[in-house]
Design a protein around this ligand. Structure first.
Ligand code: F6R
Length: 604
């Protein structure tokens, strides 16, 4: 949450900072701001609202200076106002700071500063950092980079990625990372530093990633990287093969729609990654020889774990496979030991709830596989083994292509637990191509889906119903409709309806029925008819081979071309994505940036 950027070496500095922030806006869009250092004076512009408001504010103003820092905010402490927007200036304007994370002891720090005569211009936890640095420098005129880092890491409690500039050091940026991501590139004439590699690849694909507890001091021709605790520095470089165009709209109105279209390619990319890595994964699982497997994740990323836990039963695995929500895991203490394999699933690789849960599991002796989409992310570094989802950059806040790849990789791991023959696994992975083809065919039915979405958009409440493996798909569909179309969609086990929730059914209420798990389809249909009898309006998504099922009532029917289990079930997600997308458009929602959300949730 919140995106921070910094750049040195550009004449058109404000344009460059805005460009970088544009690539990070999905991390938060409550406010944005920039500070440019011109000959020792900071020019600060910050506005509540999305980046477009800041863009308008500085239109026509030529900012001089060749370095600066910027911020896009997801509000935690303090409402989304101009005053609470970053960057923050210190009292005497000698320091500017942008911060991602939460300073947990800010109240104490604030009180101390107020007592010393400092004045707070905002209600945020972050502003104290700028004043503290100024105070530190005033008290320690001969300070060094290391002194500053030791001071800040000793003083600040919580999570932070920080960028700091000093008025009298125009072409230098200081960055600190503690439990929030930070990475940088250094080319012949540019230094760029950011929360996210997506805004760096336009400058260079060879990215330097700060590990937790590291700090960097960079200029155009120098760079010093240190650990907070003065231990030997373990550098991390990654080379990112993401296409720069993949992070652009390329003619689409919304990233969300573009990313839905990209899914055929992204599942093929994952297939290649898994084929390349199959032997390593197999060896790791053989070595671990787990008797318990736990998927840990949050939101959409968690549903692949729900799916895998049911799929494991169909596969008659000897291990117990379960799933847990990251934010709950530590507080409902699970039994974990060296025979526990934990699978952390995360698109961003930065979700704080998942990070803490995985660290907890590791501290109890579990082996961890991290499945992430962002190389060099925090979760990628926690894993004893890391698998890249290979979905390419995902910009829209509602996750699509990463989710599909999460389902595929979760099921793949179940297959590895069941059968470690390399030929079998390669053959299994080759069938992923069929899913890629079917995704394209589902998208060809967009006009029909769009029409159904229009009907859904007229309702505030709906159910998505499935049994068995379909239930995890209904969870994902419900979340997509909630976040993208603001429709209160509830996932429901078909058999559970009659135990209470069916009382909510009234004339015209939409109920979406998933028919992907053949072992329970006949029973689901009976439950669907019970809903229709009470006035519910049925929408059927049928991914089973054969003719359409016969219903004794009128239904809206979407038939997915036949494809092998479990890919037929996974393909249903694409229909749900398109329904959510079009329902959101009908409701005039900015589907790329739904209200109150951020893509990378780095606070607990
Ligand atoms: C929904 C969505 C979220 C994420 C969740 C976890 O579309 O994107 O529910 O799945 O916040 O995020 P990651 O996968 O980055 O850990």
């Amino acid at each position: 949450m919140c995106g921070i950027v910094g750049i040195i070496g550009h004449n058109d500095i404000s344009a460059e900072l805005l460009k970088m922030l544009h690539g990070l806006e999905y991390r938060g869009y409550d406010s944005s701001g920039i500070a440019v250092n011109f000959n020792g004076d900071f020019q600060v512009y910050k506005k509540a609202g999305p980046l477009s408001v800041l863009r308008q504010e500085i239109e026509g103003i030529t900012l001089q200076g060749t370095s600066g820092i910027g911020h896009t905010r997801w509000a935690t402490h303090g409402a989304p106002t101009d005053n609470n927007a970053h960057p923050f200036l210190s009292l005497n304007s000698s320091v500017t700071v942008v911060h991602n994370g939460i300073i947990e002891n800010y109240k104490v720090l604030r009180k101390t500063l107020l007592e010393k005569g400092y004045v707070m211009a905002s209600e945020t936890d972050s502003e104290v950092i700028a004043h503290l640095i100024e105070l530190f420098v005033d008290n320690n005129p001969n300070w060094t980079f290391r002194d500053l880092v030791v001071y800040l890491s000793d003083t600040l409690e919580g999570a932070y990625a920080l960028l700091i500039q000093f008025a009298d050091k125009p072409n230098e940026i200081y960055g600190l990372r503690f439990e929030c991501p930070l990475a940088y590139v250094q080319t012949a004439n540019t230094v760029a530093i950011s929360s996210d590699i997506a805004s760096l690849i336009g400058y260079d694909r060879n990215i330097n990633i700060l590990r937790d507890g590291q700090a960097v001091h960079i200029t155009l021709d120098n760079e010093e990287l240190i650990n907070f605790d003065s231990t030997e520095v373990d550098r991390l470089h990654v080379s990112v093969d993401w296409d720069v165009k993949a992070a652009e709209k390329s003619g689409y109105d919304y990233f969300l729609r573009k990313e839905i279209d990209e899914q055929s390619d992204s599942v093929r990319a994952l297939k290649r990654t898994l084929i390349d890595k199959a032997e390593k994964i197999t060896a790791f699982i053989k070595d671990t020889n787990p008797d318990t497997v736990i998927f840990i994740a949050c939101g959409s990323a968690s549903y692949s774990g729900v799916f895998a836990s049911v799929f494991a039963r169909h596969a008659e695995l000897k291990q117990t496979v379960s799933w847990e929500i990251g934010s709950e895991f530590r507080y409902n203490p699970p039994i974990i030991n060296e025979k526990t394999l934990v699978i952390g699933m995360s698109q961003s690789g930065e979700t704080a709830d998942t990070v803490t849960a995985l660290r907890y599991a590791k501290s109890k002796g579990a082996k961890v596989i991290s499945i992430i989409n962002v190389v060099g992310s925090t979760i990628s570094m926690i894993g004893d083994l890391t698998i890249n989802l290979s979905a390419g950059p995902e910009v829209a806040v509602p996750s699509t292509k990463a989710v599909i790849n999460q389902f595929i990789s979760a099921v793949f791991l179940i297959e590895v637990l069941r059968n470690q023959e390399q030929d079998f696994l390669t053959q299994w992975l080759l069938t992923v191509d069929e899913l890629a083809t079917v995704i394209g065919k589902i998208i060809e039915q967009e006009e029909v889906i769009k029409n159904y979405a229009k009907q859904l958009a007229g309702h505030q409440n709906m159910f998505i119903v499935g049994r068995g493996l379909d239930y995890s798909i209904s969870l994902e569909g419900a979340l997509k409709l909630k976040e993208t179309a603001y429709i209160h969609a509830e996932a429901m086990y078909a058999g559970e309806f009659k135990h209470g929730s069916i009382s909510l059914i009234e004339y015209g209420m939409p109920v979406l029925i998933l028919l992907g798990d053949e072992s329970v389809a006949a029973k689901t249909i009976i439950n669907a008819e019970e809903v229709a009898t009470r006035g519910g309006q049925l929408f059927i998504i049928d991914s089973l081979a054969g003719e359409n099922f016969d219903f004794s009532c009128e239904v809206n029917y979407i038939k997915i071309p036949p494809i092998k289990k479990p890919f037929n079930l996974i393909s249903q997600i694409v229909v749900l994505q398109l329904l959510a997308y079009h329902a959101g458009l009908h409701r005039n929602i900015n589907v790329d940036k739904p209200r109150n959300l951020a893509k990378s949730v780095t606070v607990e």
